[in-house]
Design a protein around this ligand. Sequence first.
Ligand code: SF4
Length: 150
Amino acid sequence: MKEYSVVLFFSNSNIFPQEEYEKRLENARKIASVYGLELIEDIYDHTAWLSFIKGLEDEPEKGKRCEKCFEFNLARAAQKADELGIDHFTTTLTISPHKDSIKIFEIGRRLSDKFLEINFKKKDGFKHSLELSDKHELYRQEFCGCEFSR
Ligand code: SF4
């Protein structure tokens, strides 16, 4: 099995309102500290995200707006990986049973040849994430992230 030296990247301009963003970021900081990992924090630019998904506000969850949302965040990760000379990147989005990993992989591949297709749902990944959340007393979000999913 391949081993990687992991760096975390928190880039979630899709999240609204900002208090919700701060709450999730705080939990990312907590988990970075538990595992002794570096956490790189992107800027929060919800206005840029809103203009990227413009016209798709009324799309249902799992629809076209979500595809654009994945594209926005994965493009940020690809750009950061290039900037820092990181060889590969992936996304924890695939842990969610509500997220289509095949679609995420398609977008990741299109954006960068550094993208690794890892389906974190596999092998009871989601169940394991719930156990870890309990163990570390992490905040569990009640909606996906943007105002349209609230
Ligand atoms: S529902 Fe979730 S994935 Fe879809 S646009 Fe909103 S934040 Fe992004």
